[in-house]
Each structure stands twice: as structure tokens, then as C-alpha cells.
Design a protein around this ligand. Sequence first.
Ligand SMILES: [Zn+2]
Length: 99
Amino acid sequence: MLFSRDKKKCFAAGCGEQIPRQLLMCRPHWLMVPVAIRNEVIETLAAWQEGASPKAYIAAIKRAAEAVAREEATQTNDDSPDKTAEVAATGVRARTRRG
Ligand SMILES: [Zn+2]
């Protein structure tokens, strides 16, 4: 692994979690990103590493950060613990809902 010894901060706004450099976000934040955007981040990163422009990757990680911010705003506005548990349980599955 090229970067396995390096650490960086989670890309989500306001999160100071230290994560391995090859990851974009800490696990809880990454799981808040809709699967479609997660796949986009992974695919554009691979393309970048193969010599493509990083533009698509940068756009994808911006969308990922925005998705997390929206998800966190939703959770802050609704303090029901049941709702939070439901979000955690369904966060792994593909969601097509757009805020
Ligand atoms: Zn985080």
C-alpha cells in the first residue's frame, strides 16, 4: 500500500477524525454518502490514478461532502432516536431520494 502510513482528516465538514490517507472520509460519514456518489468517487479516483484529469474526482468528492452535510442537517432537525437508528440501518443501501 502506497499511503498506508499516512493519516489525514475526514473530508466531511467539521469532522476531525484521523483516517488512512487512501480513504476520503471516516466510516460513519462515508456510509452517509449515497451509494451512487460513493461509486462515482471510487471510479473517478481510479480514472485519475490512471492519468485522467482530477476534475471529475474533485466534483465527486464535493457532492459526497454535500450529501453528508444534508444528511447531518436532517439528523439535527429530528432528534428522534428511532429515526437516527433507521438512518444508520439503511445508510448502506442505495438510496435514490434526493434532498
Ligand atoms: Zn468523519
